[in-house]
Design a protein around this ligand. Structure first.
Ligand code: PLP
Length: 395
């Protein structure tokens, strides 16, 4: 691989390992173990595993390694560890780096399972977590202490699409010696500049845009070689959250088309947000690519584009939101995102159901709020579907 390649080329070729057969498409090494030539070579491999040498699939596998090297090349990271799901990546990265007595500062607006880890799990093991409004740098400044070990946030929050200032938070965190850990799902590897902006660890749920076709759960932790191999790998390989070779193959195929898909999805999201901005049935159209979004300038600088998800707040509350969902004909009701198929979610009654009414209000999760993940269908067809469903909901 050449460092001069752009991401569209790296996404096709980086990390490829070919067997003696020279197969064009990446091979799936569906093997959990590896046979050694001799007892001596088994011993040698356990002392020091080389680049093209493997021991056991929980520790590493050639197909999984291809995926790790390819995504690391795209993200501009020294190394990566692939995991069984996005949550295995979030929990693995945090538990591998933290220990009792450490302090963490986290944005409050988090994916439900991330909130569970920060709010419920870490505390049980003696890690103290302070929650802040991620968009408010003053709150980060006040919360970060000399003993803060890490800060954690989603660079674009779900479902209200607040954009967090990666460089701003990183500067405050680094001044205290804390690591910056980012769940970067909504930014996608296509629009991410997280490492250039100061991230130390970047996490993706590969289930979302990387697969992008609704087939498999997966995740990845990216960071320095030292962090991935000395901190993450020992923890993950012994606790069991590694990615399977078959999943890695699906994710490699996903990476090949990711840039085409994600750019087409962002085109639709931008066009649809602009077309709906003054729609009489809507209280709010939330999309970071709109000039009226509170962090529009930050988003343009940090991601270049507004992303693949937009949220709409229907004036008629939950009744109108349900009528809208039920009237859609192309867009499917589901809670995945980043998929080739357009998907709609009512967060208040599904993904964020667990939150109290007060928490929902704080996070802007109103009864009329719906989240739309744009797929790669025709933009005009999607807009027509949304318009007819808004009419049906109003009618
Ligand atoms: C989906 C998602 C996760 C969890 O990923 P899984 O692959 O479902 O485990 C974590 N963070 C964010 C922001 C997500 O959207």
């Amino acid at each position: 691989m050449s460092d001069d390649w752009t991401n569209r080329t790296k996404a096709i070729h980086a990390g490829t390992r070919r067997s003696q057969y020279g197969e064009l498409s990446e091979a799936i090494f569906l093997t959990q173990g590896f046979a050694y030539d001799s007892a001596e070579s088994a011993e040698a491999r356990f002392i020091q595993t080389g680049d093209d040498e493997f021991i056991y699939a929980r520790y590493g596998n050639p197909t999984v390694r291809m995926f790790e090297e390819r995504i690391a090349a795209l993200e501009g990271a020294e190394d990566a560890f692939a995991t069984a799901s996005g949550m295995a990546a979030v929990s693995g990265a945090l538990t591998a780096m933290l220990r009792a007595g450490d302090h963490v500062v986290s944005a409050r607006a988090l994916f439900g399972s991330c909130l569970y880890i920060l709010e419920e799990v870490l505390g049980r093991y003696g890690v103290e977590v302070t929650f802040v409004d991620g968009t408010d740098l003053d709150q980060w400044r006040d919360a970060i202490r000399p003993d803060t070990k890490a800060v954690f946030f989603e660079s674009v929050s779900n479902p209200t699409l607040e954009v967090i200032d990666v460089a701003g938070v990183a500067e405050l965190a680094h001044a205290a010696g804390a690591k910056v850990v980012i769940d970067n799902v909504f930014a996608t590897p296509v629009f991410s500049k997280a490492f250039a902006l100061g991230a130390d660890v970047v996490i993706y749920s590969a289930t979302k845009h990387i697969d992008g076709q609704g087939r498999a759960l997966g995740g990845v932790i990216l960071g320095s070689r030292e962090f991935i191999r000395k901190t993450v790998e020992p923890y993950m390989k012994h606790t069991g959250g590694s990615m399977s070779p078959f999943t890695a193959w699906i994710m490699l195929k996903g990476l090949e088309t990711m840039s085409l898909r994600v750019n087409a999805q962002a085109d639709s999201a931008q066009a649809i947000a602009e077309a709906l901005v003054d729609h009489p049935a809507l209280d709010r159209v939330i999309y970071p690519g709109l000039s009226g979004h509170a962090q529009h300038a930050l988003c343009a600088q940090q991601m270049g584009r507004g992303g693949t998800v937009l949220s709409l707040d229907l004036k008629g509350g939950q009744k109108a939101a349900f009528a809208f969902l039920n009237a859609l004909q192309i867009i499917l009701i589901s809670n995945n995102l980043g998929d080739a198929k357009s998907i709609v979610t009512h967060p208040a009654t599904t993904t964020h159901q667990r939150l109290s009414d007060a928490q929902k209000t704080t996070l802007g999760i109103t009864p009329g709020l719906i989240r739309l993940s744009l797929g790669i269908e025709d933009t005009g067809d999607l807009l027509a579907d949304i318009r007819q469903a808004l009419d049906a909901a109003a009618g």
